[in-house]
Design a protein around this ligand. Structure first.
Ligand code: PEP
Ligand code: MN
Length: 295
């Protein structure tokens, strides 16, 4: 590739581990029986933040009933203002583990600091590195030392080249279990929270063997837009989606405006299932058949 602003002559050879031809068949990450990066499309869904046992369990049950494969929710929240809700921290991690035990859903949650990696790894199935930390090199190195699956979100102002180099840090530590997630970039357009860069989907597939997920919730900032962009992402080749859903979005402690209700999420799942079939794919089957989940 030759679009690196810092090094216009770069060809991708400086990314020996993430470049596409390092693993032409693609990297498939398996979490709790769910394959991410394979032929089927996976959906990570849940609230922006863990708020309470009741909120988390109600939302988890709703997204599972609609066919989600992985439960997402932040316990450590990187908020813009230090006066906003910062997450329940370790208590939130413990609630996530309890809800995983009840539902069988694997859990993805954010780790913000290298010092938290060990703790979060004890509770999570997938470590999320958020947009604000995409170039936190110490954090990338620390998650690279683990053998935990990592969901690395694109920095809000990161080029594709910077993004892929961030992923390279994790692989260089010996951890090959990396998934990417386009979540919108900063542009001149103020009507949406971010501009979801759908261009990134085919470009990342061309440049790397890592799975590409898309987060239409942070990508738009508005719940009513999420189903359209989710469908567009699947049509453009995304391997999966990360979607914020809340049992009561009006009362959410963070990102309520962009969170789908359980009903809207169930509708979205039916729509993307049809789009997946139209592009020769399918939604992945649920990892844990609902009937086998103890209530
Ligand atoms: C999130 O997924 O909860 C989150 C904080 O997203 P981002 O890092 O993309 O802003
Ligand atoms: Mn959020």
């Amino acid at each position: 590739m030759s679009f690196d602003r810092d090094d216009p002559s770069s060809t991708g050879t400086e990314r020996p581990l993430t470049r596409r031809d390092a693993r032409p068949a693609g990297t498939v990450v398996t979490v709790g029986g769910v394959e991410i990066g394979g032929p089927d499309i996976v959906v990570f869904a849940g609230p922006c933040a863990v708020e309470s046992a009741t909120q988390l369990l109600a939302t988890a049950r709703a997204v599972q009933a609609a066919g989600a494969h992985v439960l997402r929710a932040g316990a450590f929240k990187p908020r813009t203002s230090p006066y906003s809700f910062q997450g329940l921290k370790e208590e939130g991690l413990s609630l996530l583990a309890q809800v995983r035990a009840k539902t069988g859903l694997p859990v993805v949650t954010e780790v913000m600091d290298p010092r938290q990696v060990e703790l979060v790894s004890q509770y999570a199935d997938i470590l999320q590195v958020g947009s604000r930390n995409m170039q936190n090199i110490s954090l990338l190195e620390e998650v690279g030392k683990t053998r935990m699956p990592v969901l690395l979100k694109r920095g809000m102002s990161a080029t594709i080249s910077e993004y892929l180099h961030a992923a390279e840090y994790v692989l260089r530590g010996g951890n090959t279990q990396v998934m990417l997630c386009e979540r919108g970039i900063r542009t001149f357009e103020p009507s949406t929270r971010n501009t979801l860069d759908l261009n990134a989907i085919p470009m990342l597939h061309r440049e790397t063997h890592l799975a590409v997920l898309v987060d239409p919730s942070h990508g738009t900032g508005q719940a009513w837009m999420v189903p359209s962009l989710a469908a567009a992402a699947v049509a453009a080749g995304a391997d999966g989606l990360l979607v914020e859903v809340h049992c009561d979005p009006a009362r959410a402690l963070s990102d309520g405006r962009q969170s789908l209700t359980p009903d809207a999420f169930a509708r979205m799942m039916r729509e993307i299932a049809a789009v997946a079939v139209a592009v020769g794919r399918a939604l992945a089957p649920a990892a844990v058949p609902l009937a086998s989940v103890p209530r």
